[in-house]
Ligand binder design. Structure first.
Ligand code: GDP
Ligand code: MG
Length: 597
């Protein structure tokens, strides 16, 4: 155990975490030339394309220091706020963290919130000043910022370039010198923390764990404490670029486990693995069941594809336990699913995976958060509202509560004004303002989650000319004055376009929605009225004017071959239109509410 170091890298997005990880693997000879491929840790195609790390992974390196071989376990953490619970579990599996700060960008909101997580877990922090090769780097100033933030000595900050290789050796030496070796007792009952899992279609779920006490042996009967289920450890081993099966993994070390589990939901990040015959009495602290934060309807473009969509969703859920879904139906869209996501990025990922991996074209409805409603008749009973159409009738409603968050925004002093205006517009209340340096300010707001789900982040980037970073954490539910705005197209209420909004903004949002829909809905041979309503009251109206010329609809002969049908389907997919009554509504219309200015 004396020769093990467990560490993670925390960084704001784009500050160089993945590049640095690659460089460490290179330097320690963990990758051969042949295996080299940029950003090795980001293995899913989607991750590499988007340049983000969606899921955390782990990798083991060896490094010889003063004649002794050390095992370094790098536990990668997801780089997006949607996955912050997973970040916290990865951090809990480590004794140290590299805090990577871009020498041109300095400290950003995500750096700080992950740093707090690391400090709460008593991690040894090694500050790394990355990208010193950049001409725009400000090494002195940014070092000062880091020193102020951590209260460390300037000498502790390691100047580095993950691109050119500057500082890589110093970082490895610092990991060995400064990060404490793991503590733990190999003779105690097994106690291991699950910090990640990966679905493998051939072998079942691979569980990544860190052993705190005891050891986990091949063939052992083990138990997961939170789920209460038992399994046999068919295979255990360590993770390099490929898996190395072993007879056992002992306390202090990191490894993978294969038990033949076929459903990702059985492996819960944060759960404790123990010995079934001689279980530990102590569950590892910090376990939580992850809860979806954002809900949206997903419908097949072609109603006939409902069963196919169900199959695809079930398969996705097998390897993404944080996706939840339940069947729902919409008068406008037919049969589909109400799905729960960790956040908007997660929603986009699922939508993309449905298309790429399952060739499904879907319509996604306006995302919303999860509300809790109470009726006058029974003011104690919680009614969970994951779909605006589930909101009880206003006349019966006692109150509605919505989730709030604590937002942390770091920006330049010049942009404090515009950032504050934006937050106030989004129903935010400022709770704290701290000057990190004379030019850099950290602002704290309490805000409704619903307001940031939509276009908040884009707006923030615009008002701050890109000089603002943002992070948030949930703070629970609070009562809000919410009303349901319905949209009628050609006098038909389109349930999939309903939105819950704050009463004070309802008129404004209703007006903007009908204006937006007028732009998006293609003209037809008749006038199409578009109205916004609260209950029976129409609050706004626009009209999509009829086409003057009679454009004959494309007609097909009697024999519609399979191929023709397929072509039709593809066309529909590309257009992503949905017929509602006698009006064709494009997919963008369902998301229109997200892009109102
Ligand atoms: P991550 O989001 O923290 O994982 O950041 P990446 O590792 O993906 O890096 C973001 C961008 O910064 C990429 O284009 C990298 O090539 C670049 N980058 C990373 N480290 C350095 C560095 O030390 N110097 C320079 N010039 N660019 C770097
Ligand atoms: Mg990355």
């Amino acid at each position: 155990m004396k020769h093990i170091r467990n560490f993670c890298i925390i960084a704001h997005i784009d500050h160089g975490k993945s590049t640095l990880a690659d460089r460490l693997l290179d330097f320690t000879g963990t990758v051969t030339e042949r295996q080299k491929q940029d950003q090795l840790l980001d293995s899913m195609d989607l991750e590499r394309e988007r340049g983000i790390t969606i899921k955390s992974h782990a990798i083991q390196m060896e490094y010889v220091h003063q004649g002794e071989t050390y095992v370094l376990n790098l536990i990668d953490t997801p780089g997006h706020v949607d996955f912050s619970y997973e970040v916290s579990r990865s951090i809990a599996a480590c004794e140290g963290a590299l805090l990577v700060v871009d020498a041109a960008q300095s400290i950003q909101a995500q750096t700080i919130s992950n740093l707090y997580l690391a400090l709460e877990n008593d991690l040894q922090i090694i500050p790394v000043l990355n990208k010193v090769d950049l001409p725009s780097a400000n090494p002195e100033e940014v070092t000062d910022d880091i020193v102020d933030l951590l209260g460390c000595d300037p000498e502790e900050v390691i100047p580095a370039s993950a691109k050119t290789g500057i500082g890589i050796q110093e970082i490895l030496e610092a990991i060995i010198d400064r990060v404490p070796a793991p503590k733990g007792n190999v003779d105690e009952p097994l106690q291991a923390l699950i910090f990640d899992s990966v679905y493998n279609p051939f072998r079942g779920v691979e569980t990544y764990f860190r052993v705190i006490n005891g050891e986990i042996k091949k063939g052992q009967k083990i138990k997961f404490l939170a789920t209460g289920k038992t399994y046999f450890a068919d295979e255990v081993g360590t993770l390099k670029l490929t898996q190395f099966p072993k007879q056992s993994i002992k306390s202090g070390d990191v490894g993978y486990l294969i038990t033949g589990i076929k459903d990702a939901r059985e492996v819960k990040v944060g759960d404790t693995i123990t010995d079934a015959a001689n279980p530990t009495q102590n569950m590892i602290e910090g376990f939580e069941n992850v809860k979806p934060m954002v809900f949206a309807g997903i419908y097949p473009v072609d109603t006939e594809d409902y069963e196919e969509l169900r199959g695809a969703m079930e398969k996705l859920q097998l390897n993404d336990a944080s996706l939840v879904f339940a069947p729902e139906s919409s008068a406008a869209l037919g049969f589909g699913f109400r799905c729960g996501f960790l956040g908007m990025l997660h929603l986009e990922i699922i939508q993309e995976r449905l298309e790429r991996e399952f060739d499904m074209t879907v319509i996604t409805t306006v995302p919303n958060v999860s509300y809790q409603a109470y009726t006058k008749k029974n003011p104690e009973e919680i009614i969970v509202v994951n779909n605006p159409s589930d909101l009880p009738d206003p006349s019966k409603l006692d109150r509605v509560e919505e989730p709030f968050i604590k937002a942390s925004i770091i920006t330049k002093a010049d942009y404090v004004g515009p950032v504050m205006s934006l937050c106030i517009e989004k129903r935010g209340v400022i709770t704290n303002q701290t000057y990190l340096t004379p030019e850099r300010v950290e602002l704290h707001f309490d805000m409704p989650l619903a307001e940031i789900v939509f276009d908040f982040y884009d707006r923030l980037k615009t008002v701050s000319k890109g000089y603002a970073s943002f992070d948030y954490s949930p703070v629970g539910l609070r009562a809000s004055k919410l009303v349901k705005v319905d949209i009628l197209i050609n006098a038909n209420s389109v349930d999939a376009l309903s939105a819950l909004v704050h009463a004070d903004n309802a008129y404004d949002i209703g007006k903007k929605m009908v204006e937006k829909l007028r732009e998006l809905i293609p003209r037809q041979q008749f006038d199409i009225p578009i109205q916004a309503a609260i209950g029976a009251k129409i609050i706004s109206r626009e009209t999509v004017k009829a086409l003057r010329k009679d454009v004959t609809a494309k007609c097909y002969g009697g024999d519609i071959s399979r191929k023709r049908k397929l072509l039709e389907k593809q066309k529909k997919g590309k257009k992503r239109m949905r017929q509602v009554g006698n009006v064709e509504i494009p997919q963008q219309a369902f998301m229109a509410v997200l892009k109102l200015n």
